[in-house]
Design a protein around this ligand. Structure first.
Ligand SMILES: *[C@@H]1O[C@H](CO)[C@@H](O)[C@H](O)[C@H]1NC(C)=O
Ligand SMILES: *[C@@H]1O[C@H](CO)[C@@H](O)[C@H](O)[C@H]1NC(C)=O
Ligand SMILES: *[C@@H]1O[C@H](CO)[C@@H](O)[C@H](O)[C@H]1NC(C)=O
Length: 532
């Protein structure tokens, strides 16, 4: 009898939860579970976001003079992103005379009368909306396309960010009154209380400048977080570190005390220039080792403390012609892939309508081209696709030693292509490999392992594992070269030739030569958990 009641209860719960899961948008409230961001069912939600700027002088989301909002939202989805970090200036929430200007008025005030017809052609419905309503229209369009939104308070005064002396850098700066900030955050959090697609708020971008100090960081962040949580308990609160959001190390010994749990996320930024001239000064492998160690020391340790880490800004010039940026990007991608982090690319924007007195400025870091008609560089998109999908998470079971072998330069992974052949292919179709104690790389559920046949010859599979040419070890300061001893006792590294074939060649750029780019020889073994 008792048992029956239990069963009935269980069935009702099951039915209710099925109904909930069918009718709730897939983007209902997010939580944190240790270092993971999860949905209400406890399943991992990996944030693969792109930044979209709406904090510049016009206080209108960029691109609305180039394409209809829905076209842009759709394109974001098409490019494989599930989320947007949408920037906004504090004054949009605190300065009524600014927020109530119409979009047309804002364009006119900036002397952009000639651009209004473009705006009219692409987004006639927003022309006469207030700046705040236009911002809401962008959020609504993203939601309609099932794209999650993180509201990022980027600056106080609308305009280009960020310098140490722009008056927007730290609590107490000319335009950064802590109480105004708390009021603005509260207003924004309240405004989107009922929008299930607004999943988080970045409380303030890139704290910096001569006033920065940890005492005020704890004091005001705690107040800001509590105010946001009280106004809107549904959203994740995301906190930036000091020194342009490159340093959260102070949290190692002194955690932030809050009245609630399950909502706190930290964010960190990493560009090639975030480490000064590191990428010019030392060998690429050394630079990569240093960058990754620094990231762990300054922010990555938070994962072990049980917080998600959102790499909310990173990116490069899409042309890919700078050696330093190329080396940085390969190294960075392996870091994000290895830890399966949440992230947001800088930036969606192909060009800016108006900033710093310039009309139509091209954005070389922009995913879209300057006309917003298409993707600037499809190769780049291919390279980052591997970090757009989750491979780890709290509900995943680590099938011991289940990995993909990722090559960041191409964004591809090692696949079996014939009985004994291997090549590079889409990581989502990758075979899974285990890295054995004997240092062989064996394809899951098989006897086949990766084998080097000789210098400058294609890699292939072997069934003699371990055997000659099948023992692989990560070497160099980056640990990204996969080295193997050949039958003549020479050492070779796994490499990819210009035709995208997997071969073994002389290990290159291992030390010294700062101008050398080892990219083609960089691979990393990424844990790929199994979901049941
Ligand atoms: C509010 O916005 C208006 C319009 O942009 C601007 O002229 C004014 O200086 C702003 N007020 C404050 C207090 O920043
Ligand atoms: C795209 O980026 C790749 C490097 O990722 C570079 O080799 C290529 O030239 C770039 N293409 C364009 C059109 O800029
Ligand atoms: C952008 O549009 C302008 C004017 O229509 C055109 O001249 C230019 O070729 C376009 N550029 C791209 C990258 O599509």
């Amino acid at each position: 009898m008792k048992r029956k009641t239990l069963v009935t209860k269980y069935s009702i719960v099951t039915i209710v939860s099925i109904i909930i899961s069918v009718y709730l948008p897939s983007t209902a409230v997010l939580w944190t579970n240790s270092r993971w961001i999860v949905d209400e069912k406890g399943q991992r939600v990996k944030l693969a976001c792109v930044n979209w700027e709406s904090h510049l002088e016009l206080v209108v989301a960029e691109g609305l003079n180039k394409q209809p909002i829905d076209v842009i939202s759709n394109k974001i989805k098409d490019m494989g992103f599930n989320c947007v970090r949408l920037t906004w200036p504090l004054e949009l929430a605190t300065n009524h005379s600014l927020a109530s200007l119409t979009v047309t008025q804002s364009y006119e005030n900036a002397g952009l009368c000639t651009s209004i017809p473009d705006l009219q052609a692409n987004n006639p419905s927003i022309l006469h909306l207030s700046l705040l309503s236009a911002f809401k229209a962008v959020v609504a369009s993203l939601g309609k396309n099932k794209i999650r939104v993180i509201l990022d308070n980027h600056v106080s005064k609308p305009g280009w960010c960020c310098s140490k002396s722009d008056g927007n850098g730290f609590f107490g700066d000319q335009y950064f009154n802590p109480q105004d900030w708390i009021n603005g955050l509260t207003k924004m959090a309240t405004l989107f209380l009922d929008n299930p697609y607004v999943v988080g708020m970045s409380l303030r971008n890139e704290l910096r400048g001569p006033r920065q100090n940890t005492k005020d960081w704890y004091r005001y962040m705690q107040r800001g977080v509590e105010a946001v949580h009280e106004a809107n308990p549904n959203i994740l609160v995301i906190l930036s570190g000091l020194t342009f959001d490159t340093d959260l190390s102070f949290l190692k010994t002194q955690p932030l005390k809050l009245s609630f749990t399950g909502k706190l996320v930290y964010e960190v930024h990493q560009y090639w220039f975030s480490t000064g001239s590191l990428w010019e000064d030392v060998n690429a492998n050394q630079a990569c080792g240093i960058m990754k160690n620094k990231l762990i020391k300054k922010a990555g340790f938070l994962l072990d403390q049980g917080f998600p880490l959102f790499v909310s800004e990173w990116g490069t010039d899409m042309k890919g012609t700078s050696l330093s940026e190329n080396k940085y990007l390969n190294c960075f991608l392996t870091w994000v892939a290895e830890y399966d982090l949440d992230w947001s690319l800088w930036t969606l924007v192909g060009s800016y309508a108006f900033t710093n007195g310039v009309v139509g400025m091209d954005e070389r870091y922009g995913l879209l081209n300057s006309n917003w008609t298409g993707v600037r560089n499809n190769t780049f998109l291919q390279r980052i696709s591997v970090i757009q999908s989750p491979r780890q998470g709290p509900s995943a079971i680590l099938a011991e030693n289940r990995k993909i072998i990722y090559h960041p330069l191409t964004g591809k992974c090692i696949l079996r292509k014939s009985i004994m052949g291997v090549n590079l292919g889409n990581c989502s179709e990758s075979n899974h490999w285990s890295y054995t104690p004997q240092k062989t790389l064996i394809i899951e559920y098989s006897y086949f392992c990766l084998k080097a046949q000789g210098m400058n010859r294609p890699a292939r599979l072997s069934i003699i594992c371990p055997g000659t040419g099948t023992i692989w070890a990560p070497i160099s300061d980056s640990e990204l070269h996969l080295a193997v001893t050949l039958s003549d006792n020479t050492t070779a590294c796994l490499d990819v030739d210009s035709g995208n074939n997997l071969i073994t060649t002389t290990c290159k750029c291992l030390s010294k030569d700062n101008g050398c780019d080892p990219g083609s020889q960089w691979f990393t073994l990424v844990d790929a958990y199994k979901y049941y």
